[in-house]
Design a protein around this ligand. Structure first.
Ligand SMILES: *[C@@H]1O[C@H](CO)[C@@H](O)[C@H](O)[C@H]1NC(C)=O
Ligand SMILES: *[C@@H]1O[C@H](CO)[C@@H](O)[C@H](O)[C@H]1NC(C)=O
Ligand SMILES: *[C@@H]1O[C@H](CO)[C@@H](O)[C@H](O)[C@H]1NC(C)=O
Ligand SMILES: *[C@@H]1O[C@H](CO)[C@@H](O)[C@H](O)[C@H]1NC(C)=O
Ligand SMILES: [Cu+2]
Length: 151
């Protein structure tokens, strides 16, 4: 009976670990930062594809030199134009508040045309399931320990 209660407790703790996983921060381009990418637009699409964006996560645009960032519509993203507000101070942070895909460009000169643009799709990669998996493994280990302790 006591063991059942103990395991119940562990289940609750594991659920809190999974459900309460804190928001992640994603620095766009990692060490490249926010710039005109040497390899063209593929640089930021490759970066974005490796991320697991979730609602509540923060996207950080970090640059030096003459750049900026604006969140734009899909059409403006494709067209490299916008009338939206432009952030001119680095780092510029955006919190993902919905599961809508969001789009960002630099509006300085032709930077967007040469690839300084990024599309953020929520729930892209498999990193979330790996977090769930690690929490689940922790639960299994905890249950094994509780069995050894109480048997
Ligand atoms: C921004 O980039 C600079 C180097 O350019 C780096 O030192 C700094 O840690 C970066 N900041 C963030 C938040 O990644
Ligand atoms: C893209 O830009 C061109 C030229 O400025 C403009 O004619 C066109 O309407 C724009 N398209 C969109 C979807 O904004
Ligand atoms: C933006 O995020 C970076 C990295 O987490 C942090 O260092 C910086 O203080 C944030 N800036 C603002 C204005 O929140
Ligand atoms: C995500 O988007 C779908 C529609 O595409 C919507 O039904 C759902 O409520 C959204 N979920 C969140 C958490 O915003
Ligand atoms: Cu730029």
């Amino acid at each position: 009976m006591r063991r059942v209660q103990f395991i119940g407790c562990l289940v609750v703790i594991a659920a809190l670990l999974v459900g309460g996983s804190t928001a992640d921060t994603h620095v766009v381009g990692d060490s490249l930062g926010w710039t005109t990418p040497p390899g063209g637009p593929i640089a930021y699409s490759t970066w974005a594809n490796r991320q697991d964006f979730q609602i509540g996560d923060v996207i950080v645009f970090n640059w030096t030199g003459n750049h900026n960032v604006a969140q734009v519509s899909r059409a403006d993203f494709d067209n490299c134009t916008t009338t939206n507000p432009v952030q001119t101070t680095s780092p510029a942070n955006f919190t993902l508040t919905s599961n809508e895909t969001t789009y960002y460009i630099c509006t300085v000169s032709s930077h967007c045309y040469v690839g300084q643009k990024v599309e953020i799709r929520i729930g892209g990669s498999s990193a979330a399931s790996s977090l769930t998996t690690s929490a689940f493994s922790a639960l299994l280990v905890a249950m094994a320990i509780s069995f050894l302790t109480y048997m």
